[in-house]
Design a protein around this ligand. Structure first.
Ligand SMILES: Nc1ncnc2c1ncn2[C@@H]1O[C@H](COP(=O)(O)OP(=O)(O)OP(=O)(O)O)[C@@H](O)[C@H]1O
Length: 297
């Protein structure tokens, strides 16, 4: 089932087209990571998905409703964590959650929520005394109060240290495991790799690449590297990918047929009695894909 459907979405700030024809789908119970270069239009897109901003064109459907026209129908079912949260510095963690509980139409339990975000031991601590990671988990607790069906997270781990980031990933994965649908934006490729069922990479207002991680990675050439004796470098077998040899011995194969090219190369080495030095075979990384998208434009 589809939880969020975005079709042909457009938005301009004056003359500047920040979002120019964006399409993506988030299925129920999955995490979609919207990745992008700076200023790609991710936040503007999220604001339209939340119903904060009226699209200039195209359509958004969240749980079957237009979030701009039917805000009252959509809002109780969607939790949102923005980049900046307006927490009150003097309130404790538990007071903050209780205050939020009074404002929300959703029902939940303060102890349970703090437990889910690993903040039970900090319940009596003032917000101003929390670490950056704890603050973000408190933001997350508020966004997910009452376990909304859809959760939107705008750069949930920006600025956090690696340990805090991993803790947040665990909490986000827990939410997905509880059956919730999550749309998140991130600058961190490893975050998408760790969490996302599918990714969509945005660049200059449009989606450049989308799919499961395997699909996105599989569409870009993988790499095989190996060292061969100089006298045999000229008699490599024919491969589907492109082959280059540097320094007379260092072979690089870039291929979308990793498995068959690797087995052809290994078979050739076996029959020629050659030991391949420094043999590696790896899929393209999201990082390489990101760089390729930026370079194409
Ligand atoms: N209020 C505004 N007025 C004019 N231009 C804006 C406004 N808000 C955003 N923009 C521009 O629209 C483009 C898209 O911005 P947006 O914040 O949606 O991108 P983003 O992908 O979320 O970027 P980042 O990752 O840096 O947060 C950027 O070029 C930005 O400068």
């Amino acid at each position: 089932m589809t939880a969020i459907e975005v079709r042909g979405l457009r938005y301009s700030y004056g003359e500047f087209a920040a979002v120019s024809g964006v399409d993506f789908t988030v299925r129920s119970g999955e995490i979609l990571a919207l990745l992008g270069t700076n200023g790609a239009g991710k936040t503007t897109t999220l604001e339209m998905v939340q119903g904060f901003r009226r699209p200039d064109g195209g359509s958004v459907s969240v749980l079957g409703h237009d979030p701009f026209r039917s805000r009252t129908a959509v809002k109780p079912r969607v939790g949102v964590m923005l980049q900046e949260a307006g927490l009150v510095a003097e309130l404790t963690v538990a007071e903050t959650v209780r205050l939020w509980a009074g404002l929300s139409s959703r029902r939940d339990d303060v102890d349970d929520v703090l437990d889910r975000v690993e903040l039970s031991h900090r319940a009596g601590v003032a917000v101003e005394k929390l670490s950056g990671g704890e603050r973000r988990r408190l933001d997350f607790a508020l966004a997910t109060w009452g376990r909304p069906e859809v959760v939107i997270l705008d750069e949930p781990t920006t600025g956090l240290d690696p340990e805090s980031r991993q803790r947040m990933w665990k909490v986000i994965a827990g939410l997905r495991d509880a059956g919730r649908t999550i749309l998140l934006t991130t600058h961190y490729l490893e975050e998408a790799e760790a969490l996302a069922d599918r990714v969509a990479i945005m660049h200059e207002g449009a989606i450049s690449v989308a799919g499961t991680l395997d699909e996105v990675l599989g569409a870009h050439p993988a790499r095989i590297t190996a060292r061969v004796p100089a006298e045999l470098a000229g008699s490599l077998p024919p491969l589907r990918g492109s082959v280059s040899v540097t320094g007379g011995t260092d072979v690089l194969v870039q291929t979308v047929e990793l498995q068959s090219d690797l087995s052809d190369l290994l078979r050739w080495a076996e029959s020629a009695g050659v030991r391949l030095g420094g043999l590696t075979a790896s899929q393209a990384s999201l990082h390489e894909i990101f760089l390729a998208i930026g370079a194409d434009r």
